[in-house]
Write a protein that binds this ligand. Structure first.
Ligand SMILES: Cc1cc2nc3c(=O)[nH]c(=O)nc-3n(C[C@H](O)[C@H](O)[C@H](O)COP(=O)(O)O)c2cc1C
Length: 182
């Protein structure tokens, strides 16, 4: 049943943010780069809301932020080897603008992990030695990406009969789905 598949998607994505070692903790995020090239990288899923909108953290100087400001279309790829299930999610990415929300999330990040967002030079800058990166003391470049999920393609690889389903988020509040030929 289609509602059961949607429930699996919600449950497994939520586990990605709460259960240590869950494969949906990580996904590949694709943005549209300059010259319309696809640009892809691994990111950590931080939060999932009831509409399956997703939250990610990053340094505001990264290329993905530049891409999203130019083109809000993003795609995400999740794979769970235990249940041989792939999720492909398409959505619109927004950069969180509420500074107090950003500061609140920042204050909850462990001191060691905060260093991911405080390098003196921007991510992607050429350096001579990875052991000598300077970090800012009182400044950071932490920011939050929200992906408003619009479409989900679900594919479960089974020995005899694969299961594929497509969902779209409609009227701003509901997911409609259908099974597809795998
Ligand atoms: C396991 C793993 C998890 C990562 N998680 C994040 C993340 O949550 N946010 C992030 O911005 N980069 C993360 N990165 C680094 C990105 O994959 C990427 O290299 C970096 O953000 C620069 O990407 P960009 O220049 O294309 O924006 C992670 C890398 C690995 C290997």
């Amino acid at each position: 049943m289609i509602p059961d598949i949607l429930e699996i998607i919600k449950t497994e994505l939520t586990k990605g943010t709460t259960v240590e070692g869950h494969p949906f903790r990580l996904c590949a995020m694709a943005t549209v780069g300059i010259n319309h090239t696809a640009r892809i990288r691994t990111v950590v899923l931080r939060d999932v809301d009831e509409n399956l909108n997703l939250t990610f953290y990053t340094d505001k100087r990264t290329k993905k932020i530049t891409h999203i400001r130019e083109n809000k279309n993003v795609s995400l790829l999740f794979y769970h080897p235990g249940i041989r299930t792939q999720l492909r999610i398409e959505g619109f990415a927004m950069i969180e603008e509420n500074e107090s929300v950003i500061q609140d999330l920042w204050s909850k990040i462990h001191k060691d992990a905060q260093k991911d967002y405080t390098s003196a030079e921007a991510p992607g800058t050429k350096i001579g030695d990875p052991d000598f990166i300077t970090h800012l003391e009182d400044e950071h470049y932490f920011t939050v990406i929200r992906v408003l999920s619009q479409k989900i393609d679900y594919f479960e690889l089974k020995p005899k009969k694969h299961v594929r389903a497509a969902f779209s988020f409609e009227d701003g509040y509901k997911w409609n789905g259908t099974f597809l030929v795998p």
